[in-house]
Design a binder for this molecule. Structure first.
Ligand SMILES: *Cc1c(COP(=O)(O)O)cnc(C)c1O
Length: 376
């Protein structure tokens, strides 16, 4: 928790649940990444937190943006981003969204199959396109599975085809999975992508860019390697494979830019025991899986929790949300412990909740309003 957030939380009476996000921490995280990877252009992954104050600060820092939809492109433009600094990075795009992005001046698009390439050739003619390669997501706490990306062999054919269709075969991309905790995932991905890159250049395709995607982790319950460790491993692998002829390098960080800038304040609604002697207490909060904590699915992301009773005697708990849905349990199998003194009405804080929380909140499930947001 940043000093600014701590001050805000002690001086304001806030209705819960709410997210408090320190925009200066966003800026610090951006500077840390830029200092660690000075050769890379940073395309902030808007979906991690699309709030206007976040986007505006990043525009001021000269960031570029990775948008998943035309709506996110509009948010970037409204925050002052230039369309040539926005990449339409979703491989799954409606024709109408491609048309509107193209008309707005966006000229960089991701694809991973022949069908999408044909849509781009027709509705965004002449644009820069990059092909997403499917890579291993081992080591990622929030993997992206096999939903996106294609094989190296197929990517080769598609990049040749892109040029034939009048598109600019700009580059190759991959994503090692979100909350990636090992530098080895990037090292393993870079080798085959570099080989394909060289092969395409030797075949006369004017490919110039490698997009390393996102995945850089935020510190939750467990320690993670620093951004510097990731940057060192990545640049060593890039130099090993490309030598002095480095391509343009892009990164698309989301989580590591906004994650630790936010704190979610929530109220304890109920603390109960199934049996009087049961050592395990059920702690129900006023926020849960449907209030924005979607990444607790499978207990994948394990947030750290602060309570007003920290330091006192603690005991095992199951932590759940407030809705009448059996899936609305945050943590049951991961040995969460909270103070024995915890009682309904206490306000507790979930740390590092700046990424992938606000937009995951359902509209009105069980009547509960989406999370309030304070950007300070
Ligand atoms: C979600 C996403 C990102 C951001 O990933 P993080 O793990 O939050 O850094 C980057 N690129 C693409 C294509 C994505 O879908």
């Amino acid at each position: 928790m940043t000093p600014k957030i701590a001050r805000f939380l002690t001086t304001q009476v806030l209705a819960t649940p709410c997210l408090v996000l320190d925009i200066d921490r966003v800026e610090e995280n951006f500077h840390t990444l830029r200092a660690a990877m000075p050769l890379a252009s940073i395309y902030y992954a808007v979906k991690a937190n699309p709030a206007c104050p976040v986007l505006k600060r990043l525009v001021r820092l000269n960031s570029s943006f990775d948008a998943a939809s035309f709506e996110e492109i509009e948010m970037c433009l409204a925050a002052g981003a230039l369309p040539e600094r926005v990449s339409f990075g979703n491989t799954i795009k409606k024709v109408s969204a491609i048309q509107r992005a193209h008309a707005a001046g966006v000229d960089m698009f991701a694809f991973d199959c022949a069908e999408e390439l044909e849509k781009l050739a027709e509705h965004a003619p002449g644009s820069r396109v990059y092909c997403r390669i499917l890579v291993e997501n081992a080591g990622a706490d929030w993997p992206l599975s096999r939903k996106f990306g294609t094989s190296v062999g197929q990517a080769r054919a598609l990049m040749v085809q892109a040029a034939k269709l009048g598109l600019d075969p700009y580059g190759l991309s991959f994503h090692v999975g979100s909350q990636q905790t090992t530098t080895a995932a990037y090292e393993a991905a870079i080798g085959p992508v570099a080989m394909l890159f060289t092969d395409l250049r030797d075949s006369g395709v004017n490919v110039r860019m490698v997009n390393l995607g996102g995945g850089f982790p935020t510190r939750y319950r467990d320690e993670v390697p620093t951004i510097d460790r990731f940057a060192d491993a990545i640049m060593r692998a890039m130099t090993a494979h490309f030598g002095n002829a480095l391509p343009e390098i892009l990164v698309e960080p989301g989580r590591c830019i906004v994650g630790d800038a936010g704190v979610l304040r929530t109220e304890v609604v109920l603390v109960s025991r199934r049996e009087p002697a049961d050592p395990v207490r059920w702690v129900y909060l006023d926020v849960g899986r449907f209030g924005g904590l979607a990444e607790t699915e499978g207990e994948a992301i394990k947030y750290r929790i602060h309570t007003p009773h920290d330091g006192g005697q603690s005991g095992p708990v199951v932590i759940a949300g407030p809705t009448c849905d059996g899936a609305d349990i945050l943590y049951e199998r991961n040995n969460y412990r909270l103070p024995e003194a915890l009682a309904s009405g206490d306000q507790i804080d979930l740390l590092a909740t700046g990424a992938y929380v606000t937009t995951y909140a359902s509209q009105r499930f069980n009547g509960f309003a989406p999370l309030a947001e304070h950007y300070i």
